[in-house]
Design a protein around this ligand. Sequence first.
Ligand code: SF4
Length: 239
Amino acid sequence: MITFKIDGREFKAEKGQTILQVARENGIDIPTLCHHEAIEPYGACRLCIVEISRGGRSRIVTSCLYPVEEGLEVKTGSPRVISNRKMILELLLARCSKNSVIRELASHMGVEQPSFKSEYLEDNDCIVCGLCVRACEQVVGVSAISLVNRGITKEPASPFLESALACIGCGSCYYICPTGAIKMEDRGDIRIIHNWKVEFKLKKCRVCGDYWAPEKQLEYIRTKWGLPEDFFDICPTCK
Ligand code: SF4
């Protein structure tokens, strides 16, 4: 076991646990946007920064990636952390000036307007955290999308910006996106995911008649698990 401190309180943790994991297990609030328990941490949004010190030296690290160490002292709300976090929120606000999630987070930290301005970046909902890409790869196992370009033009996209042929329409990317940047709608018997330029026929339940999941997604699961052909003829509610 490793003994260390967060905000002056002593904690014991398993080797390999991150500061964020231990903080969350103990009800200590550290804001994040790009973190999800089911997905490998990536440290993209930088909001989870904390100040660590040991042996008289201190520095800022991302708590989602930093493993706990014996004797470490962690501060989650030091003046240095707050000032850095405000700067990160200003940068996010400059990119996503109209996004309600970013606006609310920034406002909570006392940031109402960014000091920077960029015409190119206005009205963008995507913070390029890559959560959609990582969910598609690590949870769904499909890798239908990826991060493309560099610098301010970096974004999640389908291959060659054309229809994402490998996409099965599961919607995991849509549900996991922290800022609502992915636009998906179920229109009658069709699911459309606008970002990846894809449309899917939805399966109709044999009992209630509801359209409940994309046929391509169900076929993907059925084949993967060797399920009978009629396994998904009835929706989970009617089963
Ligand atoms: S909807 Fe498509 S792109 Fe999104 S997670 Fe599912 S398979 Fe991947």
